[in-house]
Design a protein around this ligand. Structure first.
Ligand code: ADP
Ligand code: MG
Length: 682
């Protein structure tokens, strides 16, 4: 970056040590930081027609003072000034809080202009800003900045103006000219000035557009160059798998692969063949057929002389996966084994021994797989299912067990594209976006609680046909204990309702794990017809005979979670149903129930979920790891995000980006922000 802009803010007149400290609290230390301290909104001083103003909107109006202003003091040092103003045909009330000095400036019969929040119901404006005749506002827009401590908005405005006056001509372009031309973007210096001092809404928009693109491009360049470096510096295994055997295996499957499955298999095989370590996320909706993709990858590893491991979050799932992989793989001479905490004593010792001797090719299990005593002979491929349930640390430990094994993370939680390419920017992402043909889609209905009896008699009819049902209990976020109590209550009332006709089982997270296993087994053997459960049943359980999913208090769940729950049914050949019992109060809640009943597409739902909840909430606050953008918004600007991602990808792959003079300032900018390893610079 330009040396001039790297100087401390104290080079600006009027910024002493004390103010510099306040600025440092706002993360402004250099002149450059100050110039790039963007407003978070603009005060709009264009006059608004009251008839068009929306409730709660910030507006500016001009009117004639209709009454003497009344000043009322209350509390300690607090006061309220109100006055009636005739705006066109409307007589409204203007209120100012804690600006008593305005009283003298408001004179009956004179015209004033005020800016503030419009309360349509009360016909009032809570005003923050007022001008009268002689000092009328000259600009349409004024920037509003977030401030801290002793800093005020007028002061930071003044400082930024001064910074521009002195250093404005030092702002250099960092984006390549061809991209600026391609997207008709403002140059950096103009854009920066217009961000702060737009002459109108067009300048505001153009300036914003430029910085949205810049932020996304820089971010993507950073992620992708890191990924490139990581790849090149982390040699993996170049599997020389036997293609002919692989083809035989695929032809021998009980069904043809879908187009999407073929595509992701090729992406995975490409990674395996390459000398780099695979670090890939495989996304696919429930039932999209991820297991068989995993089986193909594991088979490929075996034909190249390597062992593989599949790690899942629960014992029930380990059991199920072990069964399906055995079926798929053993006819082709691949020896699989299941390792869970219930494999004990002699059997365990023998299993571990044959793993060490490579008599076992594929090991399936829970986190038991990463205990110290488990030694592989030649672990080449690690697959984890439902990766968001594993901690980063667990994945790392598993990796250490092999010589840089390739790693594939599978998840059934559809992550919106926009989040996937930001949060998982350093991973490769494959998506199975197509369901196997002939799948019956689940019918989803939204019912209010008062309809519970009708819902139960519908359920009884299905049970009468020999089918089974899940009942998911109210979710109370604050307390696991209450969740369990709810499940217990629902269990006893349903037991009463179905009396001797059907068996009702109970499942929740506080049960000891052998009891959980027992009840799940009873349900899969149809010894229990109705399974009342908390959300522990969410992950991957497969009971094809279950055709009804009833969810209590569905409005308390996120769309993605509802979709996961719904995915427990519709696994057999019979028509399945999902019933959402909900009395949502908010519009958003109603919207969610409607969307659920309208679509079965997990990706559509996840995009919608993101829209309704916002990116921070999507993963839950703690683990979000989302980047913070100053101007850009991942949800609304997703098109720009995709464009920037493609541009970044082309740049990072080109030699020119790493060598040519015309990308020097871009490289330097990235290097300074810690994104590029310095030794990579020429
Ligand atoms: P998930 O992606 O949820 O793990 P599974 O791998 O369990 O999905 O697959 C769901 C069901 O679909 C399984 O019974 C599987 O055998 C079947 N299946 C997978 N791929 C296909 C396909 N291409 N055609 C038909 N059925 C398939
Ligand atoms: Mg699965």
């Amino acid at each position: 970056m330009n040396e001039q802009l790297n100087q401390p803010v104290t080079v600006i007149k009027g910024i002493g040590n004390e103010m510099a400290e306040t600025l440092a609290d706002m993360r402004i230390t250099t002149v450059g930081d100050l110039l790039e301290y963007f407003p978070y909104r603009y005060e709009d001083y264009r006059l608004k027609d009251l008839a068009e103003a929306k409730h709660d909107e910030r507006i500016t109006v001009e009117g004639k003072v209709h009454s003497e202003p009344a000043l009322v003091y209350y509390g300690k040092k607090k006061n309220r000034l109100s006055v009636r103003l005739l705006v066109g045909r409307y007589l409204i009330i203007i209120t100012f809080f804690n600006q008593p000095y305005l009283k003298q400036k408001i004179i009956v019969g004179e015209t004033i202009t005020v800016t503030g929040k419009w309360d349509q119901h009360r016909q009032t404006i809570t005003a923050s800003h007022m001008t009268s005749g002689e000092n009328a506002q000259s600009q349409d827009f004024e920037p509003v900045y977030a401030v801290k401590g002793k800093m005020t908005v007028p002061t930071i405005r003044r400082l930024i103006k001064q910074a521009f006056a002195k250093f404005g001509q030092e702002i250099n372009e960092i984006l390549p000219a061809e991209l600026l031309q391609k997207y008709k973007l403002l140059n950096r210096s103009d854009a920066l000035r217009m961000m702060h001092f737009p002459s109108g809404s067009d300048e505001m928009k153009q300036a914003r557009r430029r910085f949205v693109y810049e932020e996304f491009l820089l971010f993507q360049l950073k992620m992708q160059s890191l990924r490139k470096l990581e790849r090149e510096q982390s040699p993996g295994i170049a599997f020389s798998y036997q293609l002919s055997k692989l083809k035989e295996f695929v032809t021998g499957l009980p069904f043809p692969l879908t187009g999407a499955q073929k595509r992701v298999v090729n992406e995975i095989l490409g990674d395996m063949k390459s000398p780099y370590r695979m670090n890939r996320l495989l996304q696919g909706d429930v039932g999209s057929g991820k297991t068989v993709v995993a089986a193909i990858a594991l088979f490929a590893a075996k034909t190249a002389g390597y062992q593989g491991a599949l790690m899942v979050p629960t014992e029930i799932l380990a059991d199920q996966h072990s069964m399906s992989l055995k079926q798929l793989l053993e006819p082709f001479g691949v020896k699989t084994a299941l390792l869970t905490s219930s494999v004990k004593g002699k059997r365990r010792r023998e299993l571990l021994e044959s793993l060490k001797n490579q008599e076992i090719d594929v090991l399936i299990g829970t986190h038991a797989l990463i205990q110290d005593e488990v030694d592989f002979h030649s672990l080449g491929l690690v697959i984890t299912d439902e990766q968001h349930r594993f901690g980063v640390e667990q994945r790392r430990v598993l990796r250490v067990k092999g010589e840089n094994p390739d790693v594939l993370f599978m998840t059934a939680t559809p992550i919106p594209r926009t989040l996937a390419i930001t949060v998982f920017g350093e991973m490769d992402v494959s998506v199975i976006d197509e369901m196997p043909a002939g799948r019956k889609s689940i019918e989803t209905y939204w019912a209010r609680h008062e309809m519970l009896e009708r819902v139960l008699s519908f359920m009884e009819k299905e049970l009468g046909k020999g089918r089974q049902a899940y009942v998911i209990c109210p979710l109370i976020e604050e307390s696991d204990k209450l969740d369990v109590q709810n499940a217990i209550d629902v269990h006893s009332s349903l037991s009463f309702f179905f009396k001797d006709r059907f068996q009702v089982g109970l499942m929740h997270g506080r049960l000891p794990s052998d009891e959980k296993d027992q009840i799940m087994k009873a349900f899969s053997k149809n010894e229990v017809q109705v399974l009342v459960s908390t959300t522990v049943v969410e992950v991957g359980v497969n009971v094809p005979n279950a055709t009804v999913m009833l969810i209590y208090d569905a409005e308390r769940f996120g769309l993605s979670q509802l979709h996961q729950l719904r995915g427990r049914v519709g696994r057999g050949s019979d028509q399945s149903y999902c019933i959402l019992l909900a009395d949502p109060k908010s519009e958003v809640g109603k919207e969610r129930m409607k969307i659920m009943s309208e679509t079965n597409d997990g990706f559509v739902l996840s995009e919608k979920d993101l829209e309704l909840r916002g990116p921070g909430d999507f993963f839950g606050k703690k683990q979000s790891g989302l980047p913070e953008f100053k101007v850009a918004d991942m949800v609304h600007d997703y098109r720009a995000l995709e464009t920037a991602r493609n541009d970044a990808s082309l740049l990072v792959q080109s030699k020119a980006f790493w060598q040519s003079e015309k990308y020097r300032s871009l490289r330097e900018y990235l290097a300074e922000s810690g994104a590029l390893a310095n030794e990579k610079l020429d």
